[in-house]
Design a protein around this ligand. Structure first.
Ligand code: AMP
Ligand code: MG
Length: 486
């Protein structure tokens, strides 16, 4: 059999000052075997799917061989974890395997997660469980399907080695594709080292790579504003689908504005604004409705790093940062209200829509309605269906009636059905379905995972054959807690 031509990768990250990276020897795994390959993503990136099916790709994406043209490295970064600062985190179980120039003219990182110990592993084993890697694969593909900026999953390879967590589990390596793996924590690392040259180099790299429209003498101010603007849109997008990231530490916030580091994240079933799933988020720091405030907190840490670049004079720099960040909450609210207007079929904005949306959400909370099904049933109702299925989602008919009365008054006789259909997914990555797919995969059956991923990559399309994936969990199926699996 002819071998498909090898794609050629680079690692431009190595051009950054030495403090940002460490060379790491490969740490081969016993028995690499394919679990999942995202050939559609490969095609989208201009990577030959035939190569992705090859043994050369299997060896490279298991971390047993370098990608052609690239020598792997581990990235250094700091981070505020649950508010406490760790000056040195870094890729403890991951490596940058290569960078790929796609036909869209953008450069993408290929990052291996679970690839073995690095100088940043501290007490960790550098490995990942199959379950945690499939979880990231499913949820990140679901996010992409919903049209929200996110890292993507290119492949999962089983290692043939056991990983020990609460119990013995199969090990795996995920290949994650991202516009950048530079995080707020990477800037914090340059700042904590008090290395101005490194800081400038990092900022210039991110601007050139992910914000090429920015130039001129006030480009660091524009950079701060642009990073904040992407986060405002991102968080509003998450919230409009009931998504809770779960670990919005500064090391898990991408400068490129993509959702990154899927751990104990979840899409909620029953709506509650203070919903938290992560087993380690004891105080609800990263609850659904806290996410905009936390994003702003993280961006404030980012702005602090940039201060030396914003102005010679410290007070002046602080003033510039304050001004730029003051736009974040209004921008978030604009995006969130736009998204909610579309979900509710409101075709034109009015001054007090924020209050109206808050009242709808309060009814949903009091009525314990399923978030995704509520908007789905409302979409069907707008298109002429009966209101009974919607009312069944509520614990009290009177609450549903009150909500519908307000909604009808606001939308009148002509709700925007097309906008509702485009904003209200039929399927989300429900926790119990994700757990079901992982359990089946751990038992050697990948069909449940494959079906779920395919269904979530196209989440707005109605398909009676996938109706089981639409449904809310039964009481004994509810997954109340999610885990990082680190
Ligand atoms: P995360 O919770 O995935 O954002 O990771 C936080 C930090 O812990 C990062 O520096 C990771 O590289 C590190 N880490 C997580 N899991 C492991 C592991 N199994 N071995 C070594 N380092 C890890
Ligand atoms: Mg992380």
């Amino acid at each position: 059999m002819d071998r498909p031509p090898q794609p050629s990768f680079t690692i431009t990250y190595r051009e950054l000052p030495d403090i940002f990276h460490r060379n790491i020897p490969l740490d081969p795994v016993a028995q690499p075997a394919w679990v999942a390959r995202n050939e559609a993503l490969a095609t989208h990136l201009g990577i030959d799917p035939a190569w992705l099916r090859s043994d050369a790709a299997l060896q490279a994406l298991a971390g047993n061989a370098a990608l052609p043209g690239a020598t792997p490295l581990a990235m250094a970064y700091s981070g505020h974890q649950f508010g406490g600062f760790s000056p040195l985190l870094g890729d403890g179980r991951a490596l940058l395997a290569g960078e790929w120039l796609a036909p869209d003219g953008r450069r993408y990182d290929l990052h291996l997660k679970g690839s073995g110990p690095t100088p940043f592993s501290r007490n960790g084993d550098g490995r990942a469980t199959l379950g945690a890697m499939l979880r990231e694969y499913i949820v990140s593909e679901a996010m992409a399907g919903l049209g929200i900026p996110t890292t993507r999953a290119l492949a999962v390879v089983a290692t043939g080695e056991a990983v020990y967590r609460q119990r013995k589990e199969p090990g795996a390596v995920l290949t994650r594709v991202a516009l950048s793996h530079v995080r707020v924590g990477t800037f914090q690392y340059a700042a904590v080292k008090r290395d101005r040259n490194a800081l400038v180099a990092l900022a210039e790299r991110e601007i050139a790579r992910n914000y090429p429209e920015i130039s001129g003498s006030d480009r660091y101010r524009l950079f701060l504003a642009a990073v904040a603007a992407r986060q405002a849109a991102l968080i509003a997008g998450w919230m409009s689908f009931g998504f809770i990231h779960g670990v919005m530490n500064t090391d898990n916030m991408s400068i490129a504005g993509e959702t990154i580091d899927y751990g104990p994240c979840a899409f909620m079933d029953t709506f509650h604004p203070q919903k938290v799933f992560s087993s380690i988020d004891e105080h609800g720091r990263y609850a659904w409705d806290k996410q905009p405030g936390i994003a702003l907190w993280n961006l404030t840490r980012f702005a602090e790093c940039l201060l030396p670049l914003l102005a010679e004079d410290q007070d002046q720099a602080v003033e510039i940062a304050r001004t730029e960040l003051s736009g974040f909450m209004p921008a978030f609210e604009r995006h969130f209200e736009d998204a909610m207007r579309a979900k509710l079929g409101i075709t034109e904005a009015r001054p007090h829509d924020g209050d109206f949306i808050a009242r709808i959400l309060t009814h949903m909370m009091n009525g314990e309605a399923d978030f995704t099904l509520f908007f789905r049933r409302l979409t069907q109702l707008a298109a002429g269906a009966s209101e009974t299925p919607l009312k069944k989602l509520f614990n009290d008919d009177a609450i549903a009636d009150a909500l519908l009365a307000e909604w009808r008054e606001r939308t009148g006789t002509a709700p925007g059905i097309a906008a509702m259909q485009a904003a209200n997914p039929v399927r989300i990555a429900r926790n119990h379905r994700v757990e079901e797919a992982i359990a089946a995969a751990n038992a050697g059956d990948l069909a449940v995972f494959q079906r779920l991923v395919a269904a979530l990559q196209d989440p707005f399309a109605e398909d009676p054959a996938l109706e089981d994936l639409e449904l809310a969990p039964l009481p004994d199926e509810v997954v109340a807690r999610t885990f990082c699996g680190t």
